[in-house]
Write a protein that binds this ligand. Structure first.
Ligand code: HEM
Length: 213
């Protein structure tokens, strides 16, 4: 994939991630405009707080982790931010699955968001395990998948205004978006990994004992 094409797209995604993460934090003190359908969720208390605190933090930290310069120059900082990212994904994912079970848009939305939450937890856990085991090529691949799923928060918010303008009743569009916000992201991540598979061997790096603690 030519860098001239991917770099601006990547930069735009990073900026959108920061914007979405920072605006999402308003759900913690519940200040500002809050979505009615979300506040009507059966499990909004306490799971919205757990979900937003974790997920928005993962979205904030994830782009920093992708900077190759930081990984090479400050490996200690990369590990610290990595632990924060993993904790954010796991709590955000668990809260997301609970919210999915209470979604007002019905079983299709529950399935879409629920599967996203489970996939997010699995990808992030595998990425973390592979780092602890020193299997760095696989760590990188699983982190790419994890971050593609984290970016569902951004793609969802790009689709929502389109859904409001489109021909379908909003609730039907919302059900489709529960899948559309993450399945294409995951396919793109796979295409990216296929096009740029990274170093051939993961054996050159020794396991990181500190990451397991
Ligand atoms: C990737 C896994 C994720 C899952 C499974 C998930 C799931 C959900 C669900 C089910 C809801 C409630 C929707 C409803 O009741 O109709 C919700 C709302 C919300 N989520 Fe997530 N989410 C994920 C990622 C994120 C991320 C990374 C953020 C970071 C900003 C985030 C921020 C929010 C916010 C702020 C809300 C409240 C409503 C809104 O503004 O849209 N979520 N999420």
């Amino acid at each position: 994939m030519p860098k001239t094409l991917t770099r601006p797209a990547w930069l735009l995604m990073m900026i959108l991630s920061l914007l979405v993460a920072l605006t999402a934090y308003r759900y913690l003190p519940r200040i500002g405009p809050l979505a009615d359908n979300v506040m009507a969720n059966r499990f909004v208390d306490p799971f919205l707080f757990v979900h937003v605190a974790g997920a928005a933090t993962a979205l904030l930290v994830g782009p920093v982790q992708m900077l190759p310069g930081l990984r090479a120059r400050r490996p200690g900082l990369h590990r610290l931010l990595g632990r924060i990212y993993v904790l954010g994904c796991l709590s955000g994912g668990a809260g997301g699955v609970a919210l999915a079970l209470g979604a007002t848009a019905g079983p299709v939305a529950t399935a879409g968001f629920g599967l996203l939450g489970v996939a997010w937890i699995v990808a992030t856990s595998l990425a973390w395990r592979r780092a602890v085991q020193g299997r760095i090529v696989e760590h990188r691949a699983w982190m790419m998948r994890s971050f593609a799923l984290t970016l569902a928060a951004v793609t969802l918010r790009l689709y929502l205004p389109l859904a409001a303008m489109g021909p379908l009743p909003f609730v039907e569009a919302y059900r489709a978006i529960a899948f559309l916000c993450w399945v294409p992201n995951l396919l793109l991540a796979e295409a990216w990994l296929f096009a740029a598979p990274g170093p051939a061997s993961s054996r050159s790096l020794s396991p990181n004992p500190a990451a397991g603690r």
